[in-house]
Write a protein that binds this ligand. Structure first.
Ligand code: TRP
Length: 454
């Protein structure tokens, strides 16, 4: 039995509040750090193109599916499956999401820790004056290879996240995202304009926007779908949990649409900043793209702004906030699970999961130059491959199958109809949930199996 009832659950103040909070979860390092990294590793513009298709045809339908299940059941992912299909193995999908969340949180927090490190480095004036690629590269590699420093940063991030979560969802998340996310957005637009006006920006822009069809292969699809799930916080029940706090009066379809749109826009702009800056500083050709990409490039463009110091400070503070609103949403799922399903006190649950993620994050933290074996085994990227790509896609697959073939489209549509009178994309959504999304995910998972066996 679950201990939660409809009345003891908080709910978002309004639809706008929900959109801000869900975008706060979605927009984060996935868009600003991971997206450009994936673009760089997967052939440039062709990846951007496939990613946008993946958001539209798979991401959006799955997001609507998660929100619908969440609002209907008013529960965490495990409880949601139990509520709709009690006594069936569907709840395992919820358990899988809880575990995936803990693992993603572990390495995601390492990168969030880097953002924290860059905040105090900027504060102490490390990036004052003209920043060259050599300097920026050296600062990143030295930092990422310093075991005590990266572990300290990881600890701070998980500590802050645990603190916010143990205080409860509404107060914790809503307050953060309302003011700071729009500010981050404004700053990113500003940086994008600056990057586009650098001499030599054109080559980077072409790499980013002019698809090279010879680079198209199954891996591009695999990583684009993975990136869609990751950046939209899908596939493990985050949006189910967030959906459980939406009121029946609010429109799930347009809410999902706004979250997908704003997240994709931020990711798109991040690429507009990174690649033109790389070509304008003569670093695009022969670049070895690695996990530090965003951290190596942003100081370059920031130093090209008048008053770069203050902009740098502002940028890394906002990046940190964007990362924290995402870590908060990652920790919320396992915490809500322990609270709702096992009656743990909220504080105890948050601290337990936080501590576990910290321990699990240590190998990733040390895998960027600090410890040789961890670096050689590329632990962080392996964790990201398994949990950030494969497990999210598998989770998304089961969510679509559950909605279409177990719970039933008709019942889902009834839930969607509360707060939505005219669902214009309805036929397309039904088609995507029933056929396109599950088939596409199965195909890419099969292909990736074949490819990795070669
Ligand atoms: N979407 C977030 C980002 O892009 C990260 C994130 C938060 C996430 N919650 C998630 C990713 C759930 C996958 C699943 O920064």
């Amino acid at each position: 039995m679950t201990s939660s009832s409809q009345t003891s659950r908080g709910s978002w103040g309004s639809k706008i509040a929900f959109i801000f909070a869900a975008s706060g979860s979605a927009i984060g390092l996935g868009s600003i750090w991971r997206f450009p990294l994936m673009v760089g590793l997967n052939g440039g513009a062709i990846f951007v193109f496939v990613y946008i298709l993946a958001v539209f045809f798979i991401g959006f339908p799955v997001m609507l599916a998660e929100l619908t299940i969440g609002r209907h059941t008013q529960r965490n992912p495990v409880g949601a499956f139990k509520a709709i299909k009690p006594g069936t193995p569907w709840k395992l999908v919820g358990y899988m999401g809880v575990l995936t969340g803990i693992f993603i949180l572990s390495y995601y927090s390492v990168v969030a820790g880097w953002a924290f490190g860059y905040f105090y480095k900027t504060l102490f004036g490390v990036f004052r004056g003209e920043v060259t690629w050599e300097l920026s590269d050296r600062i990143f590699s030295t930092f990422a290879a310093n075991p005590l420093e990266v572990l300290f940063c990881l600890f701070i991030i998980i500590g802050l996240t645990t603190f916010v979560i143990s205080k409860g969802v509404k107060g914790g998340i809503e307050r953060w995202s309302k003011i700071l996310m729009p500010l981050l957005f404004a700053l990113i637009i500003f940086l994008a304009i600056r990057a586009l006006t650098l001499t030599g920006a054109g080559e980077g822009l072409a790499f980013y926007l002019k698809p090279d069809l010879t680079k198209l292969n199954p891996k591009v699809f695999f990583f684009a779908v993975g990136q869609a799930f990751f950046s939209l916080s899908l596939g493990m029940g985050t949006m189910m949990t967030y959906g459980s706090y939406i009121s029946k009066r609010d429109n799930l379809v347009s809410s999902a649409g706004w979250v997908c749109f704003s997240t994709t826009l931020v990711a798109f702009l991040a690429g507009i900043i990174i690649f033109p800056t790389l070509s304008a500083t003569n670093n695009l050709q022969g670049l070895k793209v690695g996990t530090g990409l965003m951290f190596q490039v942003f100081p370059l463009i920031i130093s090209k702004l008048p008053g770069g110091y203050l902009f740098g400070l502002l940028f890394f503070v906002l990046l940190l906030v964007a990362a924290l609103t995402s870590t908060i949403s990652l920790l919320e799922v396992p915490t809500a699970f322990l609270v709702d399903e096992h009656n743990w006190p909220r504080e105890k649950a948050a601290i337990f999961v936080g501590a576990l993620s910290f321990l699990l994050g240590i190998p990733s933290a040390l895998s960027n130059g600090a410890v040789t074996w961890a670096t050689q085994a590329n632990i962080m990227m392996k964790m990201d491959l398994i949990f950030g790509n494969i497990m999210l896609a598998v989770g998304g697959l089961f969510i679509t199958l559950f909605l279409a073939y177990s719970w039933g489209i008709t019942r889902a549509l009834q839930e969607i109809s509360f707060g939505n009178k005219s669902f214009r994309l309805k036929p397309l959504w039904i088609f995507n949930i029933k056929f396109l999304a599950p088939l596409a995910i199965i195909l890419i998972l099969v292909f990736i199996r074949i490819l990795t066996q070669q």
